[in-house]
Design a protein around this ligand. Structure first.
Ligand SMILES: [Zn+2]
Length: 499
């Protein structure tokens, strides 16, 4: 009995989300693991037999949230965020596990860099895993080594290419060439393209063999001149129409839905269907921060309904913010892919209500205030989100816009399933005791200065919340309390189980 007592904890008087529904009851933790889930009041003996007890006072007990799209920076960008500050933002916002993106400086595209990132001496509050970046040439030998470091997937950015194709392509299309030279250069370009194509095919096969999801930032790379041209066009229209945020509108025009976002998604779909006619042998493709309902329809029709393993992430800002809203500073809301129109945003929210997507990822991308206060065109893209993202989504539940099972599915269960994060994402016997205790409270407004991350500015300033994160448990230990603050930094580096 006394041995059990050492590591046992009782959480009771709570609305537990388990087996897809809410039940009033209690949860027993033994040795960091959920050992019992009961309905109603716990037997009296459990109060005596457990080392500690926590009365939830009828608040909800949900599985700790998992954000599979964050940029925790660190390394040379520690002036923006570190694992310590970023994980504080995560934990106080209800996220017990995050997977961070590889575009650090230096990037997480070599074994050496990943090992340095996973420095056990670092202090951090939530569990952290990483995605691998690709080096020029899709160096598969390098990727194979990286995959053994326990990365959760391979992230492809718009600028990632297997060769220096886009520039060569332009070189080939000089209009002052003699016909013969012209055809010779086209041939050269096409052979380059053949190689490019072959490298994509190799990457897809490689990911299939290793059972590693490939994540796509859905945008085609655009030449700076093209971006600038369309940005200026957009700005003209915005000023003519008297738009409240002419720069945000121009940013959207320069990164359009069809020619840029959907075009990239269609390219991936074509590659996938060409390289893997049998969906059973295809790699899992995950599209991050999809901004519009048409893209979702296309992915679901061309891939999901055909049996291809795929998933769609949307971000809270594309669900709830648009380029016609008021922000403390226009550039605070500058992000890629950009905020869209109110109509697109509302239709995207509907796809989330209709279960047409899989996960909600915050795309937490902190920058310094100085980097965001520059002239719009030069301001950095992205903003910090971990502090408020889950509470923004939970507020949609308390406002009857989303069901609780959808919130838990998008923020916990699906992220764990898609990325094979073991024993997390559900309140289930045998699973890790990662919980968030939340309640509905009177409406209050988001203030960036209350953020726990390093950056204290946000495009969500004055957005109304109705939730409070009361307590957070990580591996059965209380790590955060709304009154007491941070209690313990016991986050772990997570590694994907290699099959
Ligand atoms: Zn991102």
């Amino acid at each position: 009995m006394s041995e059990n007592k050492i590591d046992s904890r009782l959480i009771y008087n709570t609305k537990v989300f388990t087996k897809g529904r809410v039940q009033f009851g209690y949860v027993l933790i033994r040795d960091k693991i959920i050992s019992e889930i009961g309905e109603g009041s716990p037997p009296k003996t459990l109060f005596k037999d457990t080392k500690s007890q926590f009365d939830c006072k009828k608040a909800f007990l949900l599985p700790g949230f998992i954000d599979t799209h964050v940029h925790l920076r660190d390394f040379k960008q520690s002036y923006k965020e570190t694992l310590e500050t970023g994980s504080k933002a995560a934990i106080s916002g209800g996220f017990t596990t995050v997977l961070t993106m590889p575009n650090t400086i230096p990037p997480l595209s070599t074994v050496k860099n990943i090992r340095e990132y996973f420095d056990e001496k670092k202090i951090f509050y939530c569990n952290i895993g990483v995605f691998a970046g690709v080096k020029e040439g899709f160096d598969l030998e390098n990727l194979e080594k990286i995959s053994k470091e326990g990365v959760f997937g391979i992230k492809i950015y718009p600028g990632d290419k297997s060769q220096d194709l886009p520039l060569k392509w332009i070189d080939g299309w000089k209009n002052d060439l003699e016909p013969e030279e012209f055809f010779a250069s086209i041939k050269k370009v096409l052979s380059k393209f053949q190689n490019e194509y072959a490298n994509w095919e190799k990457l897809f096969k490689f990911a299939t063999e290793l059972n590693l999801p490939i994540l796509f930032h859905p945008e085609l790379p655009r030449f700076p001149q093209v971006l600038e041209f369309f940005y200026k066009q957009g700005k003209k229209i915005a000023l003519h129409e008297g738009k409240i945020n002419p720069n945000l509108y121009a940013h959207h025009v320069a990164h359009p839905i069809y020619q840029n976002e959907i075009a990239n998604i269609e390219m991936i779909i074509l590659f996938l269907r060409k390289f893997h006619p049998d969906p059973k042998n295809a790699p899992h493709v995950h599209f991050v921060h999809v901004s519009n309902p048409d893209a979702i329809k296309i992915i679901n029709t061309a891939l999901r309904q055909e049996g291809y393993p795929c998933s769609i992430e949307v971000s809270p800002h594309h669900m709830l913010l648009n380029y016609d809203m008021e922000f403390p500073l226009e550039s605070f809301a500058k992000v890629l892919v950009p905020l869209r129109s109110q109509e697109t945003q509302q239709c995207l929210f509907k796809t989330v209500q209709e279960n047409l997507i899989d996960t909600i990822g915050s795309d937490h991308a902190p920058h310094s205030l100085e980097e965001k206060s520059r002239k719009f065109e030069e301001a950095a893209s992205g903003f910090p989100s971990l502090d408020f993202a889950a509470q923004i989504i939970l507020t949609q539940f308390f406002n009857n816009k989303l069901k609780l099972e959808q919130v838990v599915s998008y923020l916990s269960t699906q992220p764990a399933k898609i990325f094979n994060i073991q024993n997390k994402g559900s309140i289930k016997v045998g699973f890790d005791a990662d919980f968030v205790v939340v309640n509905e409270v009177n409406p209050y407004l988001i203030k960036g200065e209350n953020a726990q991350g390093m950056q204290k500015w946000t495009p969500w300033e004055n957005f109304e919340l109705k939730t409070k994160i009361i307590k957070v448990f990580l591996s059965g230990t209380e790590v955060y309390d709304s009154d007491l603050g941070f209690l313990e930094a016991n986050g772990k580096f997570l590694k994907r189980l290699i099959k």
